[in-house]
Design a protein around this ligand. Sequence first.
Ligand SMILES: [Zn+2]
Ligand SMILES: [Zn+2]
Length: 246
Amino acid sequence: MSEVSWDEYWEKLKLKLAPFKRVSWEPITEEAQTSVHKSKFSGIPVVTRSGWPCCKNCNEPMQLFAQINSLDIPNEAKTPFGDGILQVFYCTNEEPHCEVDCESWAPHSEATLLRILPVEVDDTFQVTESPVKRAFPEISVVGWREQEDYPDTMELEDLGVNLSEDEIDFLCEDEVPFAGEKLVGWPCWVQGIEYPKCRVCEKEMNFIFQIDSSGEIPYMFGDSGCAHISQCAEHRNELAMVWACC
Ligand SMILES: [Zn+2]
Ligand SMILES: [Zn+2]
């Protein structure tokens, strides 16, 4: 590997991985408050008349981790989760420790809520201040950066790609797939491939969004874990979040 440049090596390897190339979208963000309908991390989301979602374990309002409005996504990305406003709420309370009590690393924890609201929600409820204790600052999504994404070495081998030791080292060093927050692409698995199954049809769900530790959200999933949100291709209200750490 010493006689070829990094670029040459990567270009050659990309040809081998071409069948698995996907585009992922990295959010471009700034710390600012924006309207309730916009895509954001933390801050004030669209709240329905039933009120700000509360944790079923401690009954307190949960942090908004992410809200992605399909109207804010670039046209080229189409509508990866359908039309609507994807919302991810997560209880970060430690007394009681809801994440542990409810095993929030696994799908459908009582201390999380994932849903897709219609783009035109009519029964909204005006919230001017977050009711969340120690609410994280609002980070608004002001654009999206397109990037070529490839599966991690574990998933490539699972997909039937034979990788040499050199190629494995290269991909691991080059941090393929992308870490951090992103819309679609390939999940950055920490422990192993873990696509949750739909509770209705039992098929594996599609990866739609990644939230990393201490990225746009000042929160650590265990020891630098990474969280993945998935959706059933057919049953679009079937959503699940899982995370794993080392
Ligand atoms: Zn809670
Ligand atoms: Zn399904």
